[in-house]
Design a protein around this ligand. Structure first.
Ligand code: FES
Ligand SMILES: [Fe+2]
Length: 366
């Protein structure tokens, strides 16, 4: 089913409640949007040495693509399919070091860059080996230690991330240290789009986040619509809790945080202590996982300002989003209206969802 959200926010109605109950719409979006998106796949230090192998699953429970990072003897990093090209066994089951990758099923051997080396008892096979006997290799892009890839991108990483990279050109990506000890996954009993649309407006901050509200100058909260991206920011109430790397404005204020959302499912939250990368992974129409990956460059600033107590803010958001999940089941609620000043980010997100609900699907994977 195709959805429509009017372009003029002053007269637009929100996505109808039926959207959040539409299983087909979620499957359609998985194949038309998520499959082509750029994804966070891990960080450089997960493959520290020549011969390091690190298995991962891309968007577990949704895209479920088995991959692994591999560093060859020259130190070059590859992202490869973790599925054997013979009969589909998983190859690498846990992080390890190896000289080559050997399939546990029938012994097919691959080099660390994914090329087929040998296969027992295939001497009589014709046209073997061919290109499809090598492991599929995916593109790998870096922002400091963070690694990104796509299964079927139609746009380059630079195109997708351009507005963020331009605005954050001053950001010291290379200084970020991965902190798995501060990383966490949240379970949200709600449709993934309810989670994202809540993220895209600061309208609820005074009502839902009393602590965060006291750290931000809410009167100066700004939302900027970029290409398939939204940037929200606000100055810190106390200038010393903002980014010291940036000049203060005419009021003597400094930004408290930069909240970038990249369509459809990644949030880059920049704080004076570092980066909280949030990845939203739909599971079903009413259940979503949200991964928080933490990277720190100034540990002495952890626990200060808008980037303090992220766990509490997350739980406050989840509680409200789970209430909306109950609300959209009502037969008496169909859709709502937008605040033309406070909900431009949510309106843009709904417009994109409506737009992509009309896009053509190649093949039927639903
Ligand atoms: S599935 Fe890998 S060798 Fe058979
Ligand atoms: Fe919130």
């Amino acid at each position: 089913m195709a959805y429509h959200v009017a372009q003029d926010i002053r007269e637009a109605r929100t996505l109808p409640a039926t959207y959040y109950r539409d299983v087909q719409a979620l499957h359609h979006l998985r194949e038309t949007v998520f499959l082509k998106a750029w994804h966070y796949v891990g960080f450089e230090q997960q493959c520290p040495q020549p011969g390091s192998l690190h298995p991962l699953v891309l968007m577990p429970g949704f895209l479920d693509e088995a991959l692994f990072l591999s560093r060859n003897t020259d130190g070059q990093l590859f992202l490869l399919s973790n599925v054997c090209t013979h009969r589909g066994s998983i190859l690498v089951r846990e992080p390890c070091r190896a000289r080559e990758v050997v399939c546990p099923y029938h012994g097919r051997r691959f080099s660390l860059d994914g090329s087929l080396l040998s296969m027992p008892l295939f001497q009589e096979a014709k046209n073997f080996p061919g290109a499809t006997d090598n492991l599929a290799r995916l593109p790998l892009e870096r922002l400091g230690p963070l690694l990104f890839s796509s299964l079927a991108s139609e746009c380059s990483f630079r195109q997708v991330m351009g507005p963020l990279l331009d605005r954050m050109a001053w950001w010291p990506w290379e200084q970020l240290q991965p902190r798995p000890d501060l990383s966490v996954v949240y379970q949200v009993k709600a449709h993934w789009a309810l989670y994202v649309e809540n993220y895209l407006e600061g309208f609820h901050i005074p009502f839902v986040h009393k602590g965060l509200h006291s750290a931000l100058d809410f009167g100066q909260y700004s939302v900027e619509i970029l290409d398939h991206m939204v940037l929200q920011t606000a100055p810190a109430r106390k200038a010393e809790e903002g980014f010291q790397e940036l000049p203060s404005d005419e009021r003597g204020q400094r930004p408290a945080a930069f909240y970038f959302w990249v369509f459809p499912h990644i949030m880059f939250n920049f704080y004076p202590w570092g980066l909280s990368l949030n990845v939203v992974v739909p599971q079903t129409i009413d259940f979503t996982l949200v991964y928080y990956y933490t990277f720190v460059n100034r540990p002495e600033r952890l626990g200060q300002g808008a980037g303090a107590e992220l766990h509490r803010v997350e739980l406050e958001d989840q509680a409200i989003v789970e209430m909306v999940q109950k609300g959209i089941r009502s037969r008496l609620y169909q859709s709502g209206r937008y605040s033309p000043t406070m909900e431009t980010g949510t309106h843009y997100f709904h417009r994109l969802l409506a737009l992509y609900s009309q896009s053509k699907l190649n093949g039927d994977h639903t």
